[in-house]
Design a protein around this ligand. Structure first.
Ligand SMILES: Cc1cc2nc3c(=O)[nH]c(=O)nc-3n(C[C@H](O)[C@H](O)[C@H](O)COP(=O)(O)O)c2cc1C
Length: 229
């Protein structure tokens, strides 16, 4: 008898048209560097945001997108399959195609609203609907500020349906020194929702006594004495 191994299944990375597209690129890099199989879908809105935020022309055709991301990330490991934004016949549009789970990073309020209403107009919405109906992990990283009551109700609805709502909200306890460190923190924390360890993170271990007084320079964890039990 064959048994399904979720750890070997592909990860769906969906990118919708909210701000913070660099998080999506970093997620793709980390997934490929971890030698994972990635099914990627970029919404039509996201293609416009890439252009507006970074002046990048992301091609809409899948093969051209795969080449584009390989070149841009400089990463040749892992498996990458891109899908057209409206390809409702793609493998990930069917529940019979098994995945490890899906992450929408970043998630626009439009995409959130349509998934929350069960409206599957494009492939991201259909694949999200499929992940919910199959009871598979669906992590949604909504990006908007502030949230209105409609956004909050839609997100609540999705949480009630089984999605994990993981907004890319920065933290300072890991003492980031650069934007890149902050980006890595956000991406890695979002992918915790799929039980993936995508990189090394200065995770909180509890206060370490006798070190790290306020106002002093950060110390690397490896140089810190062990904390008391
Ligand atoms: C530069 C730029 C930034 C945007 N940022 C956001 C955002 O942070 N959150 C959001 O919900 N929509 C944002 N939008 C609007 C969405 O892109 C727009 O609603 C789009 O239709 C969403 O399409 P999608 O949900 O299919 O990706 C932004 C648009 C542009 C051009």
């Amino acid at each position: 008898m064959l048994s399904f191994n979720p750890a070997a299944a592909p990860v769906v990375l969906a990118v919708s048209g909210a701000s913070a597209q660099p998080l999506a690129q970093r997620a793709l890099e980390l997934l490929l560097e971890a030698n994972l199989a990635v099914e990627m879908v970029t919404s039509r809105g996201a293609i416009g945001v890439w252009q507006a935020e970074l002046g990048l022309r992301v091609p809409s055709e899948p093969e051209a997108q795969e080449l584009f991301w390989r070149e841009r990330t400089g990463c040749q490991s892992g498996l990458l399959r891109c899908h057209r934004w409206n390809d409702q016949a793609a493998a990930i549009a069917s529940g019979s195609y098994r995945t490890r789970g899906m992450v929408i990073l970043p998630a626009s309020m439009g995409t959130v609203g349509r998934i929350a209403s069960g409206v599957a107009l494009d492939l991201i919405e259909r694949a999200a609907d499929v992940h919910l109906k199959e009871g598979r992990p669906l992590v949604i990283a909504p990006r908007e500020l502030p949230w209105n009551l409609v956004h909050l109700r839609n997100l609540t609805r999705l949480a009630e349906a089984g999605a994990r709502i993981a907004p890319p909200v920065p933290a300072w306890y890991h003492q980031p020194r650069t934007i890149e460190e902050m980006v890595d923190f956000l991406v890695i924390r979002v992918f915790d929702g799929l039980d993936l360890e995508l990189g090394s993170l200065n995770r909180w271990q509890g206060p370490l006594r006798g070190v790290h007084p306020p106002g002093q320079d950060r110390q690397e964890p490896s140089t810190l004495p062990p904390s008391e039990p």
